[in-house]
Design a protein around this ligand. Structure first.
Ligand code: SAM
Length: 338
């Protein structure tokens, strides 16, 4: 397939696409979709507002023509979207796309892992913030213990999917789990990525003081394990990696707060209702769904996406201070896709 390389205002190419397939979730993680804000009366997107699988496939092909190599499906909880393996199959057939991943809380993996793998999925990132049932239930806002997630991890491994774990660390909430999670993952041969708690959206009450930085976590790990740095695998890789010496097990950090990586950010995000966002922290989406439903041709969609990317000048995390979080219109992670 003929590819056109487009760049933004800071010369960053378009390489990755995150697609949120649904804004609903079966968890109410307090740092993402707090239960008091996303209660029983919360109005999620109606089904008709969501992009269909055919629409996602069509946009996926155009994004790939514009340079995208990797697509990650997310949400909300992507496994709540009905017949997700059908979408994976469609995306896996796109020529020129080298990788498809999925971020999930893992609870539905025992049911779906084998079908997802069969459809062409390669990797899953599973979120797990604590190994303590009670604390985990408190964090996920649903009282769900670790059992269903651990079963999901096992199901993904059994199905032959690559598995990484994500742990968001929030000060005073789950920092005591940093070392137990490292030990657990090292023993199981799983890569764990510590994610700095971010100021996404406006419902989680984020404060800079709640962030446990990579440096703090790294110091804790160094007191327990021998670590060696691992070179980035490619330009724009988000996580910074280390390896436990004498093993082939890596541990990573997503340092969006303490060591921002805007200068190498090559990621666009497509919300479940078909808006493109050029940054996780930019609340202004650009609609593609209505444009498409009103009859735009592939050439017109191509031109529109190129125009949006060419105009991109986001570098929020580079500029973040305790103050930038205030008075800024931001979008919830459950909507834009984490
Ligand atoms: N439901 C799926 C899951 O649990 O992984 C996918 C969506 S979730 C929004 C994607 C990732 O974003 C998860 O790893 C989650 O922990 C992370 N996340 C959500 N809110 C965050 C925040 N405020 N700061 C850092 N990471 C966050």
């Amino acid at each position: 397939m003929e590819k056109t390389i487009i760049t933004d205002k800071f010369n960053r190419p378009l390489r990755d696409l995150r697609i949120s397939v649904i804004d609903r979730c079966n968890f109410r993680c307090q740092y993402c979709m707090p239960a008091d804000q996303f209660g029983p009366d919360f109005e999620f997107l109606p089904r008709s507002a969501l992009l269909t699988y055919e629409e996602i496939e069509r946009l996926g092909k155009i994004f790939v023509q514009l340079g995208v190599k990797k697509i990650r499906l997310t949400g909300g909880e992507p496994l709540l979207r009905r017949d997700l393996p059908i979408l994976i199959e469609k995306l896996a057939a796109i020529e020129g796309l080298s990788d498809i991943g999925l971020t999930t809380n893992g609870v539905l993996l025992p049911k779906l892992a084998a079908k997802l793998k069969e459809a062409g999925l390669k990797r899953v990132n599973i979120s797990l913030d604590s190994l303590e049932d009670e604390l985990f239930g408190k964090i996920n806002g649903r009282g769900i213990g670790t059992g269903p997630v651990l079963e999901g991890i096992q199901a993904a491994k059994d199905a032959g999917l690559g598995v990484k774990l994500n742990m968001v660390v929030k000060k005073g909430l789950n920092d005591q789990d940093i070392i137990p999670m490292a030990k657990f993952c090292k023993e199981k041969g799983l890569e764990l990525r510590y994610i700095e708690y971010m100021d996404v959206g406006s419902t989680n009450g984020w404060k800079m003081d709640d962030v446990v930085t990579k440096k703090e976590i790294y110091e804790m790990l160094k007191a327990e394990f021998e670590l060696e740095p691992v070179d980035p695998a490619y330009f724009g890789e988000v996580a910074k990696h280390y390896r436990y010496k004498g093993t082939d097990v890596n541990v990573g950090f997503i340092t969006s707060v303490s060591e921002s990586f805007c200068s190498s950010c090559t990621r666009a995000r497509l919300s479940a209702n078909g808006q493109i966002f050029t940054c996780l922290f930019n609340g202004n989406g650009h609609d593609l769904r209505n444009f498409m439903r009103n009859g735009a041709s592939d050439e017109q969609l191509f031109g529109r996406i190129a125009e949006i990317w060419n105009g991109r000048n986001d570098r929020y995390s580079d500029e973040r201070t305790a103050e930038t979080n205030k008075n800024r219109k931001k979008i919830e992670m459950s909507y834009i896709g984490g």
